[in-house]
Design a protein around this ligand. Sequence first.
Ligand SMILES: Cc1cc2nc3c(=O)[nH]c(=O)nc-3n(C[C@H](O)[C@H](O)[C@H](O)COP(=O)(O)OP(=O)(O)OC[C@H]3O[C@@H](n4cnc5c(N)ncnc54)[C@H](O)[C@@H]3O)c2cc1C
Length: 446
Amino acid sequence: MSKIKRKIYLIFWIAIAFGSPLIPISIYFNNNWYSLFHSYSMGMVFGLCAFVYFLNALVLSCRIRFLDRIFGHDRIMIFHGWLASIALCFALTHVYFKWIFFIDTSLQTFLGLIGLSLLFIIMSITTLFMIDSIFHNIKIVAQLKRFIGRIKVFDYSNLKLIHNITAFAMLAIMAHVYIASSTQETIVRMVLVQVWAGLVGLLYLYHKLARPLVAQAKGFIVHSVTKHTKDIVEIVLSNPKRKTLSHKAGQFGYFRFFSKTCGNAEHPFTFSSAPGNKLSITVKNLGDYTGKLGDLSTETHAAVDGPYGIFTPQQNNKPKVFIAGGIGITPFLSTCAHWDASGLMTQTTLIWSCQTQEELFAHDIFNTYAKKYDTFFYVPITTRQPNPYSKFNRINRNLLESYLPQDHKNLEIFYCGPNSLRHAVFSSCRSLGITPSQIHYEKFSF
Ligand SMILES: Cc1cc2nc3c(=O)[nH]c(=O)nc-3n(C[C@H](O)[C@H](O)[C@H](O)COP(=O)(O)OP(=O)(O)OC[C@H]3O[C@@H](n4cnc5c(N)ncnc54)[C@H](O)[C@@H]3O)c2cc1C
């Protein structure tokens, strides 16, 4: 998709996301516009905005494929978080405006408060302990996150389960809006709330209940498990039903293995195999779940939901620079294998930084491409061991200057790896005059 088209879509969908409360507002204030800015009505306006923004945030969490294809899954999940936070602020303002006039103890208020309190607690837990947020720049919060992470009850899978309580909070909020006297005043308002909330509820149920069944029905099983290093394992899946998953190189899926070894939790992994081949993922032991995948036995059933993501480099006349940190190499494993199958024509430089030589587990594969194609350049880096392959042991401006093609104007940079390295890569690129629009990246955490 062209950049201009993507920008137009971006503006359109952001306008929809933020402007959609105008629909209920116009229905609730039809023939009554003169009262809109009375502070009592402001309570209602903030309430309606909060309600619609919460619904929109819920929709975004449902992995809508066409939005994913335009914006990328990681950005959608980040926007989902911001929209929910804005909704929370609007909801608190709604409470403030309502309480200026009277504090009532009706069932309707009780439901609203229950829903809001639950959302507040869940969002605080998510922001503090589940995702990387600006709050983690505060040392004590970062320490608290690390400490909580060590307690088994608060591992990522359980935090995800806690996050699902959002659905119950939303039920309480929906009931709060539906039985509000202002909604019950006209049939149109009641139908609007019912239909809107009902559709979002159905979508959420599809996402949580039907989608896992669809993923399971594809019938993947574990074909082989290979340990490349003590921490890196490759799992190849096969499909006795001969079904394939048509993914692009660089995309990822949500995987669930039905095994007592690792539990049934769902985790995202990039397809490290080229499209059309047996599906494989390559996983680094980064925690409780990934640490157990090496012990999976063959024939274990697996569910794969996907493909997702727009981190999909294409062969064209623009020279490519792939920069990977550690296990961030997986999208490039798939891309290079795919391009090898069709003939690697685009000038491509792969810079792969790992701590040790052992972690460069696909070193031989990339060396083979470098020997086979005069369009492919491979630059391995080891940061914690002397680097036998080049004089550099850090990705910085000097390294990029040495290995990047002279003309930076048409370059396309693709980065996948840890956030800390991403910042270093971005600032080195900027100092070389490479613009942000030339850099594509994928986060391995949302
Ligand atoms: C789009 C994407 C592609 C990825 N591709 C790969 C890959 O090819 N190879 C690879 O080794 N790793 C990949 N990861 C990272 C991998 O999903 C996590 O390392 C793994 O889920 C960690 O689980 P854990 O229980 O072992 O570790 P934990 O200690 O529980 O988690 C470590 C961190 O991983 C993230 N994480 C954990 N569970 C989930 C989950 N269910 N959903 C989303 N994020 C989670 C969180 O940021 C968490 O803080 C990818 C992640 C994303 C988002």
